[in-house]
Design a protein around this ligand. Structure first.
Ligand code: IPM
Ligand code: MG
Length: 368
C-alpha cells in the first residue's frame, strides 16, 4: 500500500481547480484498485508568495525532495507581474526543477482522434500524432551566468548566457535514447549549431552518446528553426525530439498546439534515481495558470489528469494503470464530452471542470 508518496502543489489560477479533479482520480485508485497514495499538499507560486512572501519556502522544498512524486498545477498571474524577479511565482517552479535536478522534461504531444479537427492544421497532418519532446530543463540560457541587466555607458544591457557542459548534454541525450527504445526508436536532436558554439557541442555529444551506447536508435540532427518548420509541416516524421531548455520551451508549445488544445498535454520532469530506485520527479500540465478563466469551472482538467497518468508510469511503475486512465480520457472524448477550450463542433454544450473529472471517473468504473 502507501509507500507511494505524492506532494500536491496546486499553485495559482486554474491550478487548484484542475488539481481537485486529480484528487478524485487518486482517490479512485485507492478505493477501486487498492493502490493507496500518501498525499500531502502545500503552496507554490503566487499562493506561496501571498502566504509566506516567497514563491517556495525551504520547508516545501524539503518536502518535495522527500516524496516519490510532486504534482504541480500552475503558477503565475497578472497580480504578480510587478513583483521583483526574485520572488515571481515562476521562480518557485524553477527552484523546484533546479534543486531536484530534474534535467529531463518529457512533453508528449499526442493527438486524440476525437480532437483532430480542433488543430489549426489539417486533420491528415495531425491525426494519430504521437511524439515526445525531451527538453533539457535545468541548464542552458535560463540558468547560465552571467545574467542580469547592467549599465554600459549611457544605456542598459540585458544579459543571459547559454551554457552547457558535456555531461549535461549527455545525460539528457541518454534519457531521449532510452525513451525512443520504448517507442519507435527514432531521435531527432535540435540545436543551432550553425550559429552557436553550445549548439556545436550539443550536436557532437549527442552523436557520441549515440555511437557509443545507442547505435540501434535512428538519430538525426536538425537546426531548431528548421525543426519548428518541420513540426508544422509534417509532425508525424518525428518520434522523440531532444533539445535544450530554450528551444524545448518554444518547440513544446508549438507541438502542443498541433494537438488542438494546450489543455490536453501533460509533462514529466525527471532527475536521477533516488535511494529507492525511483527517479526524482515532478509532473505538471503544459498549460499555464490561465487567470482569465480561473475560478469559473471552465478549465480542462485533462492535462493535469494525464500528468498523474505519467506519474503512475514513470514514478510508480504502474504502466497498466496509467493506460487504464489514458483509455478513460480517450473514452470521454470519443463520447463527445468537451470543456470550454474544446468548442467549435455544432450542438455541443461545454461541461464544467468537475463534470469532466466525474465523467473520467465514470469511464474508469466502466473499464473495470
Ligand atoms: C514551461 C513554462 C515555464 C518555462 C515558465 C512558467 C517558467 O513556460 O514550463 O514551459 O519557461 O519553463
Ligand atoms: Mg513554456
Amino acid at each position: 500500500m502507501a509507500n507511494h508518496s505524492i506532494l500536491i502543489l496546486a499553485g495559482d489560477g486554474i491550478g487548484p481547480e484542475v488539481m481537485a479533479e486529480v484528487r478524485k482520480v487518486i482517490d479512485w485508485f485507492g478505493a477501486r484498485r487498492g493502490i493507496g497514495f500518501d498525499v500531502s499538499e502545500d503552496l507554490v507560486g503566487g499562493a506561496a508568495y501571498d502566504a509566506h512572501g516567497t514563491p517556495l519556502t525551504d520547508a516545501t522544498m524539503e518536502k518535495a525532495q522527500a516524496v516519490d512524486a510532486v504534482l504541480l498545477g500552475a503558477v503565475g498571474g497578472p497580480k504578480y507581474d510587478k513583483l521583483d524577479f526574485s520572488v515571481k511565482p515562476e521562480r518557485g517552479l524553477l527552484r523546484l526543477r533546479k534543486e531536484m535536478d530534474l534535467f529531463a522534461n518529457l512533453r508528449p504531444a499526442q493527438c486524440f482522434d476525437a480532437l483532430a479537427d480542433f488543430s489549426s492544421l489539417k486533420r491528415e497532418v495531425v491525426a494519430g500524432l504521437d511524439i515526445v519532446i525531451v527538453r533539457e530543463l535545468t541548464s542552458g540560457i535560463y540558468f547560465g551566468e552571467p545574467r542580469g541587466i547592467i549599465t554600459e555607458g549611457n544605456e542598459r544591457v540585458g544579459i543571459n548566457t547559454q551554457r552547457y557542459t558535456e555531461s549535461e548534454i549527455a545525460r539528457v541525450a541518454k534519457s531521449a535514447f532510452e525513451l525512443a527504445r520504448k517507442r519507435s526508436n527514432k531521435v531527432c536532436s535540435m540545436e543551432k549549431a550553425n550559429v552557436m558554439e553550445s549548439g556545436i557541442l550539443w550536436r557532437e555529444v549527442v552523436q557520441e552518446v549515440h555511437d557509443r551506447d545507442y547505435p540501434d536508435v535512428e538519430l538525426s540532427h536538425m537546426y531548431a528553426d528548421a525543426g519548428a518548420m518541420q513540426l508544422c509541416r509534417w509532425p508525424k516524421q518525428f518520434d522523440v525530439i531532444v533539445t535544450d531548455n530554450l528551444f524545448g520551451d518554444l518547440l513544446s508549445d508549438a507541438a502542443a498546439m498541433l494537438t488542438g488544445s494546450l489543455g490536453m498535454l501533460p509533462s514529466a520532469s525527471l532527475g536521477a534515481p533516488m535511494a529507492n530506485g525511483r527517479p526524482k520527479a515532478l509532473y505538471e500540465p503544459v498549460h499555464g495558470s490561465a487567470p482569465d478563466i480561473a475560478g469559473q469551472g471552465k478549465a480542462n482538467p485533462i492535462a493535469c489528469i494525464l500528468s498523474f497518468a505519467m506519474a503512475l508510469r514513470y514514478s510508480f511503475d504502474l504502466g497498466d494503470e496509467a493506460g487504464r486512465l489514458e483509455a478513460a480520457v480517450e473514452k470521454v472524448l470519443a463520447d463527445g464530452l468537451r470543456t470550454a477550450d474544446l468548442l467549435g463542433e455544432e450542438g455541443v454544450t461545454p461541461v464544467s471542470t468537475s463534470e469532466m473529472g466525474d465523467a473520467i471517473l465514470g469511464a474508469l468504473d466502466a473499464g473495470l
